[in-house]
Ligand binder design. Structure first.
Ligand SMILES: [Zn+2]
Length: 211
């Protein structure tokens, strides 16, 4: 991954130098003081402390490297979302071609999502569970809508995240792909994803991320 430049900026709260490995990273959680920093041209802008995430069983961990169907990736960050019935984690993966994806694990199934560009305006009021709506050039059948909140995070995040930020999460499917949308205060993020077989993921032996 030599083609990707790592930059170093100082935590806006404690001043610790933080390495930013992806050009797509918009926020970074300081591992020393847990402050979430938004990345601005002038430096890091502290947004408050992010809660520590309790560990759950996962093949992913910050700093770990692996391969998906032979394509190398490393794990740069994780976000935990809470909703009425519990929580889910998103792992931010950087692939060797620079592409950022995110992986979720739920009930023993891993799904890998990539960002979609929004090609036309979306009428959010028209989105209802059980309806098919045009989104980013696709006809998306909506299966779930829920209110969610950021419960915690670590590492590099490619959203502008604040601790306890509120969002609306939409899920659906289109043409055999899963579609996930997050409506933040001002921004709508759309991702499409596909289930990944665990047998297609090979993780390298764990390394100490702080060495
Ligand atoms: Zn800090």
């Amino acid at each position: 991954m030599a083609e990707i430049k790592t930059i170093t900026k100082n935590c806006g709260s404690c001043g610790a130098p933080l390495e930013i490995k992806s050009a797509y990273t918009k926020s970074i959680v300081c591992p020393y003081c847990d402050t979430t920093n938004m990345i601005q041209d002038r430096g890091l802008d502290p947004q408050g402390k992010m809660a520590k995430i309790s560990d759950t069983f996962s093949i992913f961990a910050i700093g770990r490297k692996g391969k998906l169907k032979g394509k190398k990736f490393d794990v740069l960050g994780r976000l935990r979302y809470g909703y009425e019935d519990g929580f889910w984690d998103e792992w931010f993966l950087r692939f060797e071609d620079g592409r950022m994806g995110w992986a979720t694990e739920e009930e023993g199934e891993c799904t890998l999502f990539f960002k979609e560009m929004l090609t036309s305006a979306i009428d959010l009021d028209a989105i209802r569970v059980g309806k098919t709506v045009p989104i980013a050039g696709k006809k998306v059948f909506i299966t779930e809508i829920c209110d969610a909140e950021i419960l915690g995070g670590e590492g590099e995040l490619h959203y502008k995240v604040k601790p306890h930020a509120q969002l609306t999460h939409y899920e659906g499917n289109a043409g055999g792909k899963l579609v996930s949308m997050e409506l933040w205060a001002k921004e709508l993020e759309i991702h499409t994803g596909e289930p990944v077989e665990y047998s297609d993921i090979k993780m390298e032996k764990e390394e100490d991320p702080y060495n």
